[in-house]
Design a binder for this molecule. Structure first.
Ligand code: NAI
Length: 256
């Protein structure tokens, strides 16, 4: 592999990496040589995923830490534990998130708050905790996971769309304050990706055929489609890429 994209010796934390997109991004980073801190909320699933990664990449390169990304004290303690027990973080991927579908006029305040807390406030909390360590070292990469809903609204997705739009400007806000300390912060905005989160949509024949027609690439994305862009944004190959949202969506956001 070109040394430009080689992540050997770099330590990466990927939130929500026990399954789905986070897991696939974690695999991509590990394949490029990174040492990983896997993360989730469900300890059993995290332990299972860690065991599978250890088999492929070896005990020394695979670590796991569980904490709730919406709990400020737990986030600070979790990140401090990684820095003291595992090592200095070079890469953070803010991936963990949730979906909630309901018409805006019926949406309960608690559901709005939960989606904003999990999909937007968490990226601020984990990003802030990690940046406090990266800034004095003057090195780091932060990748926030956005969505096509960063740019496009859709009925029943109001809280999610609002949070993912916020991710765009959080990425810019982090860049405004931290890029001068040699930290590159960018976002990956996946299109419709076949994961546990979207299984019901894949199973819905009408929705599935709408996706295939609406996407120039005429297919759902796979979690593996996100690994290459994540490796690029985690590597020296993107050292002058700052504050961008990269859409990985089979072209969905460039056609109407
Ligand atoms: P998923 O539901 O398969 O995985 C989400 C992960 O986040 C799980 O490991 C879960 O344990 C973790 N998580 C959720 N809330 C948490 C909390 N409070 N504390 C700690 N961990 C928590 O979801 P998927 O599909 O892999 O999505 C990952 C990211 O990609 C999300 O940010 C999602 O919004 C985004 N995305 C997904 C798309 C898709 O089509 N699946 C499209 C665009 C963006």
């Amino acid at each position: 592999m070109s040394t430009l994209f080689d992540l050997t010796g770099r330590l990466a934390l990927v939130t929500g990496s026990s399954r789905g997109i986070g897991r696939s991004i974690a695999e991509g980073l590990a394949d490029a040589g990174a040492t990983l801190v896997l993360h989730g909320r469900d300890l059993d699933r995290l332990t299972e995923t860690r065991a599978e990664f250890v088999e492929r990449y070896g005990e020394e390169r695979i670590h796991a830490v569980a904490f709730d990304i919406t709990d400020e004290a737990a986030v600070d303690a979790g990140v401090n534990e990684i820095e003291s027990r595992v090592g200095a973080l070079d890469v953070l991927v803010n991936n963990a998130g949730i979906q909630h579908r309901e018409p805006l006029v019926e949406l309960a305040r608690e559901d709005w708050d939960r989606v904003i807390a999990t999909n937007l406030t968490s990226a601020f909390l984990v990003g802030r905790a990690v940046a406090r360590h990266m800034l004095p070292r003057r090195a780091g990469k932060i990748i926030n996971i956005a969505s096509v809903q960063t740019d496009l609204a859709r009925p029943t997705l109001s809280a999610y769309t609002s949070a993912k739009g916020g991710i765009r400007n959080l990425t810019r806000a982090m860049t405004a304050e931290w890029a001068g300390s040699n930290i590159q912060i960018n976002a990956i905005a996946p299109g419709y990706i076949h994961t546990d989160m979207t299984q019901k949509l894949v199973d819905d024949a009408q929705f599935n055929s709408w996706i295939l027609g609406r996407t120039p690439a005429a297919r759902w994305g796979t979690p593996a489609d996100l690994a290459g862009p994540a490796v690029w944004l985690a590597s020296a190959g993107s050292d002058f890429v700052n504050g961008q949202v990269i859409f990985i969506d089979g072209g969905m956001t460039v056609v109407v």
